[in-house]
Design a protein. Structure first.
Length: 398
């Protein structure tokens, strides 16, 4: 008997469907793997671009360091400075994205610049960006330290010409701490004192009346004194230092009791050109303000006070009880007379390129030039720019 062949219609369709499912799964897997690889690549590109934004911004901050903004902040965690200081994120120097972050002070000379950058493609956002991979951002930290000026200070007064003292004038190379300054290091020993006056070997130094010159030694005759002694400070020259000035004033002016700290609503008002800081009252708002003051010519000052670095293109005449805390560099001559109830005109170091004459004490008190290591260091630290640490200065933050 013949066997009956069973009906097998529909098997081809079933096999085709199975094959389509298998092939579709393989294709979907390939597309998924390819999409993931593309997203990884895109995110790596976004991350690298964002890293460039953050690194460029951090270097821009170092290159455009504002000593009056950053050098007076307190050590972390007491203070920090937000970047940018106004508004939200700011456009990167290369215009390839935006950045924001903070500047922290780690100790007296070291800072941490914490910057987060995001490239332009990541910032645009939207569904298209999500399809491409989601964008990226990078956060980096740079360690920087204050790079103070290298000023050749070997005496309380460094002079390019001869010096004549009279009346009760006094010049001292022994270390002094300004009154009420409580954060200074211990005084230098007498053996490590600076000279009183340092001048060229061909120049004369005289003291009449009760005037005095003290130091170790009282007078240094240095044949190496040259114009560069007064205009070159390491890798910075006088013109570059002038370009850093916080306050620039025209020459030929007389400041009669007009120089002094200005406090508005409890905050030191640094927009006032006659506000040169407050060295007399170290607990007041302007005590952390150490400007670089540049006078474009001759000037006469009578009374009041200031601190920082004082640059005078011409000659300087000082009378009354004016007090300056820090470094004074005069390209012309210095003529000073005592007065008032204070004991000193200059705390720190004074450099005068031309002849220096200290006149009689005609009011009261003394016309004194007193070396102060603390005043010099504070002036240099508070006005110095920063540079990147040579080693271990960069870190990636998360």
């Amino acid at each position: 008997m013949k066997r009956t062949i069973q009906n097998e219609r529909g098997m081809a369709l079933a096999l085709a469907i199975v094959a389509l499912v298998v092939v579709g799964a393989l294709i979907a897997g390939a597309f998924f793997a390819g999409t993931q690889e593309q997203r990884v690549g895109e995110n790596a590109r976004y991350s690298q671009s964002s890293f460039g934004v953050a690194e460029g911004a951090a270097n821009y901050i170092i290159g455009h360091w504002d000593p009056q903004t950053y050098n007076s902040i307190r050590i972390y965690p007491l203070d920090s400075v937000k970047i940018p200081k106004v508004g939200t994120d700011t456009v990167s120097p290369s215009h390839t994205g935006r950045y924001a972050g903070y500047v922290y002070r780690l100790n007296q000379e070291q800072y941490l610049i914490d910057i987060t950058g995001q490239d332009s493609s990541s910032l645009r956002g939207g569904a298209a960006l999500l399809r491409r991979g989601g964008g990226g951002r990078e956060r980096i930290g740079l360690l920087a330290r204050i790079k103070p000026l290298v000023v050749d200070i070997r005496a309380s007064l460094t002079s390019g010409r001869g010096d004549a003292l009279s009346g009760n004038a006094a010049i001292s190379g022994y270390d002094h701490v300004p009154p009420n300054w409580t954060t200074c290091n211990p005084l230098d020993s007498v053996a490590n004192a600076k000279g009183g006056i340092r001048t060229d070997t061909a120049m004369s130094v005289s003291a009449g009346g009760t005037a005095s010159i003290v130091g170790t030694p009282p007078v240094i005759k240095d044949p190496n004194i040259a114009d560069t002694t007064f205009s070159k400070y390491g890798d910075v020259d006088y013109a570059q230092l002038v370009a850093r000035a916080s306050i620039t004033l025209a020459g030929g002016q007389t400041f009669n009791n007009s120089i002094g700290p200005v406090v508005t609503n409890g905050v030191c008002d640094r927009t006032v050109l006659t506000n040169w800081g407050d060295g007399v009252n170290p607990t007041q708002p302007c005590s952390t303000y150490f400007p670089i003051v540049h006078i474009q010519g001759d000037a006469s000052i009578n009374g009041a006070q200031g601190q920082g670095i004082l640059l005078v293109d011409g000659s300087l005449t000082v009378a009354g009880s004016f007090q300056w805390f820090g470094i004074t560099i005069v390209r012309g001559t210095l003529n000073t007379s005592g007065g008032g109830s204070t004991d000193a005109h200059f705390w720190g170091a004074t450099m005068v390129q031309d002849s220096t004459v200290l006149g009689n004490n005609t009011i009261s008190g003394h016309a004194n030039l007193l070396y102060s290591k603390c005043a010099v260091i504070k002036a240099l630290d508070q006005t110095g720019v920063v540079s990147l640490m040579r080693s271990r200065g960069w870190v990636q933050l998360y």
